[in-house]
Design a protein around this ligand. Sequence first.
Ligand SMILES: [Fe+2]
Ligand SMILES: [Fe+2]
Length: 255
Amino acid sequence: MSEHAHAVSMSERADELEEEKMHEMERIITRSTIAHLMDGNVKMDTSPEMRAKHPGQFFLMGDDPRLPPMPEKPTLVDYFRHRFASTAHLLQSATHALKGGHPEKVVLACLLHDIAIVSFIRCDHGYWGAQMIEPYVDEEVAWAVKTHQALRFFPDETVGYGYPDLYKELFGPDYRPEPYIVEEYKRARAHKWYMTSRLICMNDIYSFDPNAKVNLDDFVDIIGRNFRQPKEGLGLDNSPSAHMWRTILWPTRFL
Ligand SMILES: [Fe+2]
Ligand SMILES: [Fe+2]
């Protein structure tokens, strides 16, 4: 065998080994039932079916190799950078609140008000978002995030907030909020923290300006002062909502 041919076969062998290693590392990635429901299918990925399709492979029980890697002890900022699909709306709303001279509590509420939508789930995003942050923020912030979902449908002329024009475009002129939203609105209207939630709606930027300069760095200090980052990493602590963060961290774990 010539030296050249030898070198080629060595590199071919290295490629083969690399491929074998890759194959060994490949894990079966499952989709949760909610993902199938969202596709309009009432079905689930079952282990016998999945194993038959992927013989000799194990199920994924950790990081999904298709997603951006996260640090060992992730912070809220890491989720903003690597798991939130879009942050422009949140940053714009928070920037608006900051420029309006509102307290940090309100700025943080604006920054976090739609995190459920950008990272997790749309339906009832206010409730999900509030639960996600509840163990880590002032009670008032979580309450305001929860109730903004209802308040945004109801005008308050005393502060110059009207029903958003965008909602007429998005949901049609005849859309009316469901009774549970109407009831939530009534409770929120009478609550001592009503205005905090209303301020989220007032700073909620309904039309995104693509030229606006917004930067997460502007909020790192406010997050540091107002969001209790767990030392174990967000999701790896034992707070009542840590599992929600873990699900965003590892959305395709088999269990
Ligand atoms: Fe919202
Ligand atoms: Fe919003």
